[in-house]
Design a protein around this ligand. Structure first.
Ligand code: NAD
Length: 295
């Protein structure tokens, strides 16, 4: 698939568009208004520095990526003749519903649709499209050029050909496809990560141990380069609070609520995590990276 649309040029959409263009795909970014398009362009320009640093991109490669990008606020025009639409519109069921209904009415019958939704399964969205056989989830992680998993979730209506085409596309844009055998909220990664981080928070909430002690334990005992609280800093404390407080299952460990309250208090005091320079650790030189931390 060489000609694609990324719908929604926000945090993730701008990254998906850039990564695809960088790997030579012709990408049209669709967003709702001229103002949203202008914001998407600014976000996309901002990724240049990351690709230079992390991907060792040359000026010529950056220019080629930009040459592969176009923008439109007209959905019918954007999707005409395209093989794939990757949807990265806000995580709201009503926005997704109206987007897929509108998209279905204007897209070519052969176009495959893929959702980047973090919390909605393929079956939950598929009925809003006119083509459940050509619909699946393709879930990227933030900072997709380095955290390059592409989780692929299908419903029982998704065709094998659709799954294979999207898996191949994911490889072609430098991702490692993670093909799931069945639907799962949170895909593979968050289905593990959310309970892991919740357990760490519960230990802290219950005053069993301090965050750095918990991280140290995890790092020494498993050989991992970071512990759960360092991961929370990377996710960002306000975002993590939103994720954990909205994805409750009722099976949270004892102390989880107290841990969540402490997490919120930390965020409210401006300790927002790595991007803000401080969270459970101070950045850019967090204590866990010190050679004496594990003593
Ligand atoms: P965002 O708010 O940063 O961006 C959303 C974009 O969609 C904006 O550019 C907005 O103008 C546009 N938009 C709004 N309504 C629209 C519509 N009707 N049609 C087209 N575009 C519309 O959101 P985000 O964080 O990029 O999240 C987008 C999707 O990606 C969500 O489904 C989210 O679950 C998923 N996701 C986000 C992350 C993350 O770390 N932010 C990670 C993985 C997946």
């Amino acid at each position: 698939m060489e000609n694609i649309v990324v719908a929604g040029g926000g945090t993730l959409g701008s990254q998906i568009a850039y990564q695809s263009a960088y790997f030579g795909k012709n990408v049209t970014v669709y967003d709702i208004s001229d103002a949203a398009i202008a914001a998407a362009k600014e976000k996309i320009n901002g990724w240049d520095a990351n690709y230079r640093t992390d991907m060792h991109a040359t000026d010529a490669q950056i220019k080629a990526a930009h040459d592969h990008l176009s923008f439109s606020s007209d959905l019918a025009e954007a999707v005409k003749g395209k093989e794939l639409v990757i949807e990265a519109v806000p995580e709201s069921l009503s926005i997704k519903e109206s987007f897929y209904k509108q998209l279905s009415s204007v897209a070519d019958p052969a176009t495959i649709f893929a959702s980047n939704s973090s919390t909605m399964t393929t079956s939950e969205l598929s009925g809003y499209t006119d083509r459940p056989d050509k619909f699946l989830n393709l879930h990227f992680a933030n900072h997709i050029w380095i955290q390059n998993t592409a989780e692929i979730m299908v419903s029982d209506k998704t065709s094998h050909a659709t799954e294979q085409a999207v898996e191949q596309f994911a490889r072609e844009i430098g991702m490692v496809p993670i093909v799931m055998k069945k639907e799962q909220h949170g895909y593979v990664l968050n289905a593990m990560l959310v309970p892991f981080l919740s357990s760490a928070l519960a230990l802290w909430g219950n005053d069993v141990a301090e965050p750095q002690t918990i991280d140290k334990t995890w790092m020494i005992a498993t050989g991992a380069p970071r512990g759960p609280f360092a991961i929370m800093d990377e996710v960002g404390i306000p975002s993590l609070y939103t994720i954990l407080s909205t994805s409750r299952t009722g099976n949270e460990p004892n102390g989880f609520d107290a841990g969540l309250d402490k997490l919120k208090a930390l965020g409210d005091q401006g300790y927002a995590g790595q991007e803000s320079g401080k969270g459970f650790y101070n950045y850019p030189n967090p204590a866990y990276a010190d050679k004496d931390f594990l003593k």
